[in-house]
Each structure stands twice: as structure tokens, then as C-alpha cells.
Ligand binder design. Structure first.
Ligand SMILES: [Zn+2]
Length: 57
């Protein structure tokens, strides 16, 4: 069994308010359509904000 998992992609979750990348997560492209958008706690804004999918670099 080779550990190749092409459909799983590492992404960052970027705060829509301060634009910081606070989280990284994995996304399975096979069962996730479109861009991820999650309400997450941002320690820079000190509140929950909308975090959107961004590239990890
Ligand atoms: Zn923020």
C-alpha cells in the first residue's frame, strides 16, 4: 500500500478581517466542493471571524 493520497490537500485558513493565516487543515477534494469557509477564533482580533481557504506557503 503506497501512501499516496492525491485527493487530500493541505490548506491554510486565512482570517477575513486581519488576513493572517491562523490555521492549517486538510481538505479532501473528492468530498469538498468549492472553497472552505469556517468561523474560527482569531487571537489577533480576539474574536471569532470568518476564515477562508488559502494556499499554504
Ligand atoms: Zn484575524
Amino acid at each position: 500500500m503506497a501512501g499516496k493520497n492525491k485527493s487530500v490537500e493541505l490548506i491554510a485558513l486565512q482570517c477575513s478581517e486581519c488576513k493572517r493565516k491562523n490555521y492549517t487543515t486538510k481538505k479532501n477534494r473528492k468530498n469538498t466542493q468549492g472553497k472552505l469557509e469556517l468561523k474560527k477564533y482569531c487571537k489577533f482580533d480576539r474574536k471569532h471571524t470568518l476564515h477562508k481557504e488559502a494556499k499554504v506557503k
